[in-house]
Design a protein around this ligand. Structure first.
Ligand code: WQD
Length: 342
């Protein structure tokens, strides 16, 4: 029986969840992972074991199904905290199937917070997104920027989830929570033993880049070069997934060790640097040593023009700052793509 503090990683087989599980173990936590495997595979735990030497306890749970959630917490409730990643995250899919997103993303949070109250599990770190800002009026965007009407049901579920969290924490002062607003997570663990496993055709830029480079896709479509940016393509804040994972360890430790200033805190997790789509392509070609086949096409519905994070609050209050570069992230993404296709 380990006396390490136990953390539930809901969505622990997923891209960010699995990388966070590694960093939690490295920091001395015991990880309980739970996932419904709708967008992940349980083989990821073999990779985590190879990296950390630890066999992570993992259960199949659909956090949007009350009976499964209740059964899980009946078995595992001596938890120091929960990091909740378990949600659907494809913007385009959310437009086609909004009810799936409202059900999955909102009900999972509600069911988890109900169990926190029931079992006195006091600490919650929630996976939010910079999508809540829409197209900010000012850049870089701070946590105080106005929340704009969501551009997609996915983005709306993040906005509503933050409100559910805020109101529930206010009504239950024994609980504490942190919402982390991610910018664009990319890359993979340096070992290439875990990484992003997009199912089907990737919606996100970097997996599409690496799949094109390895020959799985014929060419990358660049969605527009007529934006009001230096090279005309959209700008985003691409953050290495390992930096993102380390921020989650700091956030949950902040709550477990009662270092939080308020019951509900929100932090941007980005690098503070904006990078255009064409710059990502140029950087990828540099790190991979090969030309990428791409074509400029029309804009993608719902895309905002440019966004990158003001990271001062997370730097100063969490004591966290991204360490890895865009080159590190793209090099690791390419190494991972080559590994899984070998
Ligand atoms: C980035 C840029 C595209 C694909 C979304 C969610 C966000 C988060 C990350 C979950 C844009 C361009 C993309 C392609 C392209 N989701 N692009 N060709 O839309 O910034 O953010 O994913 O955590 O919450 O909103 O990410 O990678 O889809 O797009 O030109 O084949 O790359 O137009 O400018 P996005 P993305």
């Amino acid at each position: 029986m380990s006396n390490q503090p136990k953390i539930l990683v809901a969505g622990g087989a997923g891209y960010i969840g699995s990388h966070t599980a590694v960093e939690l173990i490295n920091a001395g936590y015991e990880v309980i992972a739970a996932d419904n495997y709708s967008n992940s595979e349980s083989q990821v735990f073999e990779g985590i074991k190879e990296i950390t030497g630890v066999e992570v306890i993992h259960e199949q749970v659909d956090f949007a199904v009350a009976s499964e959630v209740e059964a899980f917490f009946e078995k595992y409730n001596d938890l120091s905290g929960i990091i909740h990643f378990a949600a659907s995250k494809a913007v385009g899919e959310s437009v086609e199937n909004p009810l799936l997103y409202y059900r999955n993303n909102l009900l999972s949070l509600i069911l988890i917070m109900e169990q926190m109250i029931k079992y006195d599990i006091l600490n919650l770190v929630f996976s939010s997104s910079c999508t809540v800002y829409g197209q900010p009026d000012e850049l870089p965007v701070t946590e105080q920027a106005p929340i704009q009407p969501a551009e997609s049901p996915y983005g709306n579920t993040k906005q509503i989830s933050e409100e559910i969290m805020r109101d529930t924490l206010k009504a239950n002062p024994q609980l504490k929570g942190i919402a982390l607003r991610y910018f664009n997570p990319i890359g993979a663990h340096e070992s290439a033993l875990i990484g992003e496993l997009p199912t089907g055709v990737p919606a996100n830029l970097v997996p599409f880049v690496t799949q094109t480079a390895i020959g799985l896709r014929d060419k990358l479509k660049v969605f527009g070069d007529d934006y009001n940016t230096p090279d005309g393509s959209c700008i985003r804040d691409y953050i290495h997934v390992v930096d993102l994972a380390k921020a989650h360890v700091i956030a949950v430790s902040r709550l477990v060790e009662n270092k939080n200033n308020d019951a509900y805190e929100v932090f941007n997790l980005g690098t503070g640097t904006g990078t255009s789509v064409l710059e990502v392509i140029q950087t990828f070609e540099k790190v991979s040593g090969q030309k990428l086949n791409y074509e400029i096409v029309g804009r993608r519905e719902g895309d905002i023009e440019q966004v990158w994070a003001d990271t001062r609050y997370a730097n100063d209050v969490l004591g966290w700052k991204s360490q890895l570069t865009l080159e590190d992230a793209l090099r690791s993404a390419w190494k991972w793509e080559q590994k899984i296709r070998s």
